[in-house]
Design a binder for this molecule. Sequence first.
Ligand code: AMP
Ligand code: GLY
Length: 432
Amino acid sequence: MNILLIGAGGREHTLAWKLKQSPLCSMLFIAPGNAGTALCGTNLAIGVSDFDAIANACTEHAIDMIMVGPEEPLVKGIYDFFKNNPGLQHIKVIGPSKEAAQLEGSKAFAKAFMKRHRIPTAAYEEFTADKYLEGVEYIKKQSLPIVLKADGLAAGKGVLICQNHLEAAAEFELMLLRSKFGEAGKRVVIEEFLKGIELSIFVLTDGEHYVLLPEAKDYKRVGEADAGLNTGGRGAVSTLPLVTPELLQKVREQIIEPTIAWLKKDKLVYKGFIFFGLMTDNGEPKVIEYNCRMGDPETEVVIPRIKNDLVELLMATADQRLHEISIETDERAVATVVAVSGGYPGDYVKGKVILGLDDLVLEDCIIFHSGTKKDGDEIITNGGRVLAVTSYGANIAEAVEQSNYMLEQLHFEEMYYRSDIGFEFTLQDNRT
Ligand code: AMP
Ligand code: GLY
């Protein structure tokens, strides 16, 4: 079958790498892709939310299936766009409907869904400008820190963790009354701060059944030892020693299964990945957030651990046959370390030549491209996150060491990466 993959990051290069391994994949197109996805298929210069251009490309290239990487086209309704168009209905779209994508597109929608269905999550209230004063009173009564969330998509910047009441009230005012996050902040969720260890759980669901994919932990903070600003993700690891069978059982029973059962009962059409951002405290999991797609850079460790044919998995999802599938995982540990441009997550310069990409081939090590593009014979930087170097190892320490070694062979001006990805677990690995 011919497949169109939407997106341009490290997640999409990883998905393209995996899709291309399937004998079921005839032609693979990526819109818009990067220099890495161009090694797996044909890049098309189309924006991720340009549905008309995507539809034209589907007709031109006889596309049978669309796999959607990022949240934006899902929240904007790409699933419904294809389902509601008689000429395009035959194309299988992997992803939730517009309404179901609200699980990520609206924090208030997601919180109400969890509250209504008793899925464990932080206590919260939501406020709009007409309830501004009530919101300020609510903030005064909360214990610290206080978490404020812009309701809509805000490019990963819409969550603020405030250390005192004054700061929380000031930020609340900026969001609700001074449009700090534009439309996304016209509604604000104020929620309880959850302590514990954060981890990411992924499933693929066909709306009725689901398969559990390998878990991951990403490292969002810019600096070593998790210091500094949040970023899109500086690295990730999978397997996690803390994810015991008992914890997984609780996550399945209290979180995954009720979520999928209620999606169906609430008539929210969902055929795609669900990413559960969880906090666990004393072995008790709670949902921090839902995402309606795979994570980046989590995909760069989760997908390489899946032995199944990805196209077969996606076809079973589209045809509601996921109960026939069992996931086979590679038992090795996998880590990815992200090389970023100087200045990221603030301003950075694009267009730096990347050197060393073909110089060294290490077994069990894959270089996934994020923000890269081809420029004549050279590959140049084209984003804040530039490369995600993934390695397999007997344990996390070994996998991270191999990725760091590979990164030492790569170069672009002002490239930097965190050398301590997986630090909590690498210390544990070294002790055993
Ligand atoms: P999000 O943009 O929803 O992914 O949130 C960004 C980050 O904020 C999460 O990955 C958590 O580290 C943190 N966070 C969000 N909500 C909470 C909460 N209720 N308690 C503690 N940390 C939170
Ligand atoms: N790495 C977090 C995300 O993809 O949202």
